[in-house]
Design a protein. Sequence first.
Length: 429
Amino acid sequence: MVTTILTIPSLLFLAAHAFRVGSPGGTIFWLVAGVVAVAPLQWKNWALAGLLGFGTWLWGDIAFTLVQQRMALGLPWLRLAAILGVVNAVCLAAALLHFNRAWRHSRPGSLVPGLAFLLTTVGLSIAKQKTALDIILLDRFFPSGGWLVVILLGWYAAWIAGKMLSSEDSPQWRRRVWAIFSVVFFLQLILGLVGFERFLMTGKLHLPIPALIAAGPLYRGDGFFMIILFAVTLILVGPAWCSHLCYIGAWDNWAAMSKKRPGTLAGWTKVVRWFLCLAVFGVAFLLGKSGQPLSLAVALAAVFGVVGIFVMLVWSRRTGIMTHCTTYCPMGFLANIFGKINPWRIRIGAGCCKCGICTGVCRYGALAGLDIEAYQAGLSCSLCGDCISSCPHGHLHYHFPGLGYETARSGFIVVIVALHAIFLGVARL
């Protein structure tokens, strides 16, 4: 009861402040936080501890600024400082009470969704505040409306993280949210194509081909935002970009799933991947350096994209392996190679009986006989985690140095779900 008495006024005060400074979206943000406070959510104490902690910092910054202004003008400031000090103290007390509750009753069912909520809201808030463009789509239609998107996607991330905690249900939920992201991505692109330019971040069209994330900057000599974003993703979750965040990968997954049991990757796959990677990026670089027209570069990129769709519809459907992702896509190859800088891995326990059930689940061909013999997933592993729920003996796990298996899996879910929600919230390039 005491926690509620302190929490609700604190959130209302923050909403009132946002309204006073002309931010209707910020007002709604804090009012939705109030809904979180009274809703029967297991993870809300972690979320409210973070939100009210931020609110405490915000009141402190406001108080310091206003007191400095009044002192500079020679105006009375003690009463102002006392009032804001009380407001700040109430907010801090509420934050500490929620943190105490969260800590005392900490369990994966509350901690993982709560951290996913906080990581998502923090990530989107930073993106909103630190970019010159209206990177959150709703801001282009309603000034400050992005704050509503921030907290609603935080709530969404908490919900998805809770669903993915179940290892049995995780594969289905991964595919669902992956498909949601792909649909949102291409819906925004289509709306941009038919004339609604606000749905495009720069108002310029970009072919939605993953290879252009790197090939585009190599041709132009600038525009490295997407490759930097890709690199940051590799640092955070390694090759999981391919199995959770790639807008084309969901298509390849759909094609491969048409066959009940996947085949195996051919031995020549790695050679083909090296060749395609060097060819695509080399051609892009040479086209740019030789001053070839943009129309030629776009035409070649379009042909490459169409061939990729053909690979999905023919080879992925025929083999049950995500052939586009594991053989054709240069960005997938880069993710597999440079994703090794990230310490998350899929590990096979020493007690593995080599029954091969996981081999029949992996759509990336990363659990062939030699991989199982070596007790680790192959190069094409994208950390999708589908194999973990398939193992009847419990010998497959996420691994992170210094963490237990369950903690490593929980940490991975927090980060990957937050990234999914953040990617979902920002406008497409």
